[in-house]
Design a protein around this ligand. Structure first.
Ligand code: PD2
Ligand code: ZN
Length: 299
């Protein structure tokens, strides 16, 4: 860290503190972006006009929404704050209240942020979503990075469909539940997608964000900005296979019915470590629903 980075982060911290941003959120955002915790605490304390002994800093324990990420551009910490969808996982939390149910937190990784939830959907909700989607399933498409046009692609052999926002009472309930859990408005979510994988079907490892260096990204980004997070709900489990995998993290999640997986990628590049895929279904059928979260309003 050079002196300019320290000066810029301090300026940013003073602005954030003056605007009322809780210190806990600032600390988390800095740690998430690679600042050592003690250094971050010292800088926050300094910015608050307190002494720099980390032990002297009183950190409030209450969470705040929305969560934020400190973005470092070209290695320069001329930091900008970026709100991000994220569950309010305070230290030691076991359940999150989403209004109509308490959702168990089964596993979480802070960086990159990956969270596994149990019981996000009931068995009845999973079944109803599958049966409503089934007559509308078509071969899944991917976006061509050169043109932005959607196309059939061998990396993704599932079938899928999209619900319109608010299309049915159940879709509305699920969208509201996701918004509450991730502290992110319904308006900033893409339409709910249902995917169906049969034996052999898979989704090769990929990033969900649009590569901004590709010419085809512009039309995709024009509608709601960049994708910043994914929320994947498991609706029907196969007999074998079909894990969601993160090759860079060595993580693999079994597609357990009713559970849901969240991960975010504050920057649209491989440093997000958000490479992930759907392993081939070996036996039986896998059904999932995906909600991709945008940084802006997705019409
Ligand atoms: O179905 C999956 O496991 C899966 C894996 C990777 C879904 C997606 N990506 C997606 O919908 O983006
Ligand atoms: Zn994906």
């Amino acid at each position: 860290m050079n002196e300019i980075q320290y000066r810029n982060i301090t300026v940013w911290l003073v602005e954030q503190i003056s605007a009322g941003q809780p210190t806990q959120v600032l600390l988390q955002a800095m740690c998430d972006r690679g600042w050592r915790r003690d250094v971050a605490m010292g800088l926050i304390a300094q910015a608050m006009g307190e002494r720099t002994d980390p032990g002297a800093v009183a950190m409030p324990t209450t969470g705040a929404s929305p969560q934020t990420e400190v973005i470092t551009i070209n290695g320069d910490a001329s930091a900008a704050v970026k709100p991000m969808p994220a569950p309010a996982i305070d230290d030691g939390v076991l359940y999150l209240d989403v209004g109509d149910r308490r959702v168990p937190v089964l596993m979480h990784l802070p960086r990159p942020r990956v969270v596994l939830f149990g019981d996000f959907l009931s068995k009845q909700e999973c079944d109803r979503l599958v049966e409503t989607a089934r007559p509308r399933m078509q071969r899944s498409m991917t976006a061509d990075p050169r043109t932005g046009e959607t196309m059939v692609d061998t990396v993704r052999t599932s079938r899928g469909m999209f619900f319109h926002r608010d299309e049915t009472p159940l879709v509305r309930t699920i969208e509201a539940r996701i918004a509450k859990l991730l502290q992110w408005p319904v308006s900033h979510g893409e339409h709910l997608q249902v995917l169906h994988y049969r034996p052999g079907d898979r989704y090769e490892p990929h990033y969900d964000y649009f590569d901004p260096t590709q010419p085809g990204a512009a039309p995709l980004l024009a509608r709601g900005g960049q994708r910043v997070a994914t929320f994947l709900m498991y609706l029907r489990e196969p007999e074998r296979g079909g894990d969601t995998t993160f090759p860079d993290l060595g993580l693999s999640f079994a597609p357990k019915r009713g559970s849901a997986l969240f991960f975010s990628y504050p920057e649209p590049d491989p440093s997000s470590k958000s490479l992930h895929g759907g392993a081939p279904v070996q036996a039986g059928e896998k059904w999932v629903a995906t909600k991709w979260l945008r940084e802006g309003v997705f019409e």
